[in-house]
Design a protein around this ligand. Structure first.
Ligand code: FAD
Ligand code: AMP
Length: 476
């Protein structure tokens, strides 16, 4: 193997592996070094997303959702099942199979695109050199003639007073690997990850309590959507305690007692398992040698400009280790952008149009500005909301909760944001992403033909409702 490449990528998650693949497609010689190790000690490409994040969590969400529907919805369809049981071991086996298939697929993709895939650790040295420590401990110095791309990702934030113990107090990865359904599950943090994992185990039968320090539920979301979500979760039995600041936890025997303070004073709660989901932090340990010129901000993110250039010549950083939302699709597009720039091609990210999806049931998906953000910016807005209860397809699916909401500028008609809560919101939001990317007006959405009967008609009708011209509901 040569020790010199055009491009060396450190990290093989959703930021790193697409950067390497695109660089390969662009006829650059490229190496991708990844150090992810699974619990069995084996290396696997794909990073957090494929091994311990997006994919395993969605596998379990799907299984738990099917169980929940069989329990609660089949009857309405006239289907009786007899008694239902959950086999967690089988569910986990299915999840592991999906992860294995997907991570193996990445190794194949890297190979097919001419990428030299290296498993082990990478450390940036000054002057676009990389120290590569292989699995067997051997060390080599590699050189990148064009660029090094840092894509080292993020890790769960640990609360000092509640260190992870791997059994009772776990991070999100631990919560994806439970072997039994905990009778009482505590989740600290009502962010995306906390809600998704809480939903999984609640649907499988756990009594889930989510403790959230903020007084506001899903502060980053449109208020109307967040209020609807809280209403639906509460109805499902997921207890969300807002304004609950967790300060400590004590494991005694088989249970863990959590101390927290809220408006009423000091409180405590007892659980069988506790998931700490208070956010993630950029991971850069052992990544940078002295004198590379790469700088790190106060929160630990690698400093980059709008095109992911670091302060060091020829060194870029992408994905969770840099500013912006910690999302796999954001990471991927940044990686691709840099790989295209390096080949002299056009590479650009539109940071204003990054969709957010929360894969609970109901799902939530949004893009662009919330109604509150638009108003705070002094924009006169018009909004249209179409409830799924008025959608024939949603009714047929026994999924009539939630709505689609369009936020547009009253003066220019431009669509500013779309917010959806309901079945398949994560799929439905794609149309809105395209609309915002193309600078669509509300009228553009209104004049676009949507197939009937589909859930997507809700977006169409919401756009019509913004001008009080909805057909399938009363315009108020
Ligand atoms: P990572 O995926 O963390 O990958 C970084 C890789 O670099 C890792 O393999 C790491 O081992 C390796 N590495 C680090 N340092 C070195 C080094 N020095 N040498 C060699 N290798 C190194 N996002 C979504 O968009 N949708 C979702 O549904 C979603 N669900 C999630 C669910 C959970 C439970 C979690 C935890 C996260 C979820 N995310 C989701 C977030 C998503 O996983 C991350 O945004 C994404 O993985 C970031 O990609 P990345 O490549 O920047 O980092
Ligand atoms: P996210 O950053 O989206 O993953 O969400 C993490 C959530 O955890 C945020 O909503 C925080 O307010 C919440 N959080 C952080 N620290 C604590 C704490 N000590 N107790 C309760 N909630 C917390």
């Amino acid at each position: 193997m040569s020790d010199t490449f055009d491009v060396i990528v450190i990290g093989g998650g959703p930021a790193g592996y697409p950067a390497a693949i695109r660089a390969g497609q662009n006829k650059l010689s490229v190496a991708c070094i990844d150090g992810w190790k699974n619990r069995d000690g084996g290396y696997a490409f794909g990073g957090t997303c494929l091994n311990a994040g997006c994919i395993p969590s969605k596998a379990l969400l799907e299984s738990s959702e099917l169980f929940h529907r069989a329990q609660h919805e089949f009857k309405a369809h006239g289907i009786s099942t007899g008694s239902l049981a959950v086999d967690i071991a089988a569910m986990q086996k299915r999840k592991a199979g999906i992860v294995k298939g997907m991570t193996g697929g990445i190794s194949q993709l890297l190979k097919s695109n001419g990428v030299t895939a290296l498993q082990g650790r990478g450390k940036l040295l000054p002057g676009r050199q990389v120290e590569y420590t292989a699995a067997d401990g051997s060390v080599r110095t590699l050189t990148a003639t064009k660029a090094v791309i840092l894509a080292s990702g993020s890790i769960p934030t640990e609360l000092k007073s509640l260190p992870f113990d791997g059994t009772h107090i776990v991070d999100s990865w631990g919560a994806l690997d439970f072997e039994t359904v905990p009778a009482r599950l505590g989740v600290i943090g009502a962010g995306v990850i906390g809600l998704e994992l809480g939903s999984v185990w609640a649907r499988l039968g756990a009594k889930v309590t989510v403790l959230e320090a903020s007084d506001s539920f899903l502060a980053m979301a449109d208020r109307q959507l967040a209020n609807e979500a809280l209403k639906q979760f509460t109805k499902q039995g997921l207890e969300v305690r807002l304004g609950a600041k967790v300060s400590a936890a004590k494991v005694k025997g088989k249970s863990v007692t959590v101390s927290y303070s809220d408006a009423k004073g000091e409180q405590s709660a007892e659980f069988d398992r506790l998931v700490v989901a208070v956010g993630r932090r950029p991971y850069t340990e052992g990544l940078l040698a002295e004198g590379t010129g790469v700088t790190i901000d106060a929160r630990g993110f690698i400093d980059v400009d709008g095109h992911c250039k670091t302060a060091a010549e020829g060194v870029y950083a992408v994905g969770d280790c840099v500013r912006g939302p910690m999302l796999a699709h954001k990471a991927k597009e940044e990686g691709v952008m840099v790989a295209d720039q390096l080949a002299g091609l056009y590479g650009h990210m539109n940071y204003d149009v990054i969709p957010s999806v929360i894969y609970t049931a109901p799902e939530m998906g949004w893009v662009g500005k919330t109604e509150e953000q638009a108003k705070a910016e002094g924009i006169t807005v018009k909004t249209g909301v179409f409830p799924f209860v008025a959608s024939g397809r949603a009714r047929a699916m026994e999924a009539s909760g939630g709505f689609a909401k369009v936020v547009a500028c009253a003066q220019t008609d431009r669509v500013l944001g779309v917010h959806i809560i309901g079945a398949m919101a994560g799929e439905l939001i794609a149309e809105a992403v395209l609309a915002l990317e193309y600078g669509a007006s509300c009228e553009d959405l209104q004049r676009t033909i949507h197939a009937h009967p589909t859930l997507s008609e809700a977006v169409h009708e919401a756009a019509l409702a913004a001008d009080k011209r909805a057909i399938d509901m009363l315009n108020r």
